[in-house]
Ligand binder design. Structure first.
Ligand code: SF4
Length: 376
C-alpha cells in the first residue's frame, strides 16, 4: 500500500489518504477502534486544509482521519480503558451510570457522536456499545435507574452528561433526560459535554434545543481542540448559546500534531474567550491503545504550561493542566516520584498512588507551527 510504504518524511497526499482510510477501516474492526465518521460540515474544513497544505497531515485532519502513525508507533503501558469506566458502574444492568467521584455522577445517555475523534479516550466503551446497536436501549428506563440511584446518594450534587455526545439526542430524548434529572432535589448542577457545536452546528437550527438547555440551567462543556474549529458558523452558535444565558466552558486534550504549541493553545483559548467561553483544563492525552500518534511527554506537557504562564495574560494562563487518572484528576504537584530510565511517573492524591507510563521522548516529535497554524 503506497501510503504505508511511503517514507515518514514525506507528507500524505489526499489520494494516499484514501488508501489509509481503507486500511484503517480494517484496523478499526480488528482493534475495536471507532470507525471514521466526519460530518459534511467538518469535511469542508478538511478540504480547505488539504488544499492549503497540499497534504492531509494538518491539525483538523489528524483529529478525525487516520495518519500513518496510527498503524505503527506504540508506547509501553497502553491500556484499553485508562480511566477504568467499567469498574465504576454501580447500578446492575446499567452501562450508562458511572460513579467515580463522591459528589458527581456521569450519565451516558447515548454512545452516538456527531463525528468520531481519532484520539477519543472512550473508544473501548463506545465500540462495545456500538456493537450492541448504538443508541442506548430503553432510555426512559435508564433515566429511571439514574434518578432512583441519585435518590440513594444525596451527596451527589452534579450530574455530568457525556457519551457519546448527548446533543445528538433528539429533542424529545434530551428533554426526557434533563427533566428526569431535575426531579432529583439534591442535584444542583447538570453539566453536558459535547463536540456537536464543532462537528455539526446546524443541530441548533432553531432555538428549541437552546431553550431546553437554558431551562435546565445546563453548564455546557465544549471540546474545541484547535482554533480553526471556531469558524463564523460555529461562532454564531456560541453567541446564540450565550444570548440564552447558557454557561459555556471548554476543555480539551493536548494533542501532538494538532495543538502542541504555545501559539496554538493561546490562540484557541483567546478565540473562545472572545465568545465568552471559559477554558477550564488542558488534558494529558491518555495512554490508551493506539494513542501514540497524539501523545506527548509529561516534560513537554508541563513545559507548555510554563510557557503559557510566562507569556499570556491571567485569563489564559489560569487554565489547569491536568491528567485524568484512575484515582481522579491529578496535576503536576501530585508527582511524587519519577523513574526516568523506565519512563514511569508516580502520582499521589488523597493517599492513593498510581504509576503513569510516560510517553517516550524519542517518539515525541512536536508539530511544526507552519502546519499547526497553516492560515498564519
Ligand atoms: S465526540 Fe467525544 S466521545 Fe465522541 S468520539 Fe469525539 S472524543 Fe469520543
Amino acid at each position: 500500500m503506497t501510503a504505508l510504504r511511503s517514507s515518514v518524511s514525506s507528507r500524505t497526499t489526499p489520494a494516499e489518504q484514501g488508501e489509509l482510510d481503507t486500511a484503517y477501516a480494517a484496523l478499526a474492526i480488528r482493534e475495536r477502534l471507532l470507525p471514521i465518521k466526519v460530518p459534511a460540515f467538518y469535511q469542508r474544513k478538511l478540504d480547505e486544509e488539504a488544499a492549503a497544505l497540499g497534504h492531509t497531515e494538518g491539525p483538523l485532519h489528524r483529529m478525525v482521519r487516520p495518519t500513518r502513525e496510527r498503524f505503527g508507533a506504540a508506547a509501553g503501558g497502553e491500556v484499553p480503558d485508562w480511566v477504568d469506566d467499567r469498574a465504576n458502574m454501580p447500578v446492575p444492568g446499567s452501562r450508562a451510570i458511572i460513579h467515580k467521584y463522591a459528589d458527581r455522577v456521569l450519565f451516558m445517555p447515548t454512545s452516538v457522536c456527531a463525528g468520531h475523534c481519532q484520539y477519543c479516550f472512550r473508544q473501548d466503551v463506545l465500540t462495545d456499545a456500538h456493537a450492541e446497536g448504538g443508541d442506548l436501549k430503553g432510555l426512559a428506563a435508564e433515566v429511571d435507574r439514574l434518578t432512583a440511584y441519585l435518590g440513594t446518594r444525596p451527596e451527589v450534587s452534579e450530574v455530568v452528561l457525556s457519551g457519546g455526545d448527548p446533543l445528538t439526542l433528539s429533542l424529545r430524548d434530551l428533554a426526557l433526560v434533563l427533566q428526569g434529572i431535575r426531579t432529583v432535589p439534591t442535584t444542583r448542577s447538570i453539566r453536558l459535554h459535547t463536540r456537536t457545536p464543532a462537528f455539526a452546528p446546524k443541530i441548533f437550527g432553531d432555538d428549541k434545543k437552546l431553550d431546553l438547555l437554558a431551562e435546565a440551567e445546563v453548564r455546557l462543556v465544549l471540546h474545541f481542540a484547535h482554533p480553526y474549529e471556531i469558524c463564523g458558523e460555529v461562532a454564531e452558535v456560541l453567541d446564540r448559546l450565550d444570548r440564552h444565558r447558557i454557561r459555556l466552558y471548554n476543555h480539551f486534550p493536548l494533542l501532538r500534531g494538532v495543538n502542541d504549541h504555545r501559539d496554538v493553545l493561546a490562540r484557541l483559548i483567546e478565540t473562545l474567550d472572545d465568545h465568552r467561553v471559559r477554558t477550564l483544563s488542558v488534558y494529558v492525552p491518555e495512554p490508551i491503545r493506539h494513542s501514540a500518534p497524539f501523545r506527548v511527554t509529561l516534560d513537554r506537557f508541563f513545559a507548555l504550561q510554563d510557557e503559557l504562564t510566562a507569556t499570556t495574560p491571567s485569563w489564559i494562563n489560569a487554565v489547569r493542566f491536568t491528567l485524568d487518572s484512575p484515582v481522579g484528576k491529578v496535576r503536576r504537584e501530585h508527582v511524587v516520584a519519577r523513574d526516568r530510565t523506565a519512563g514511569l511517573v508516580t502520582f499521589e492524591k488523597a493517599g492513593q498512588r498510581f504509576v503513569f507510563p510516560d510517553f517516550p521522548s524519542e517518539l515525541d516529535i512536536p508539530g511544526d507551527l507552519d502546519t499547526l497554524l497553516w492560515r498564519g
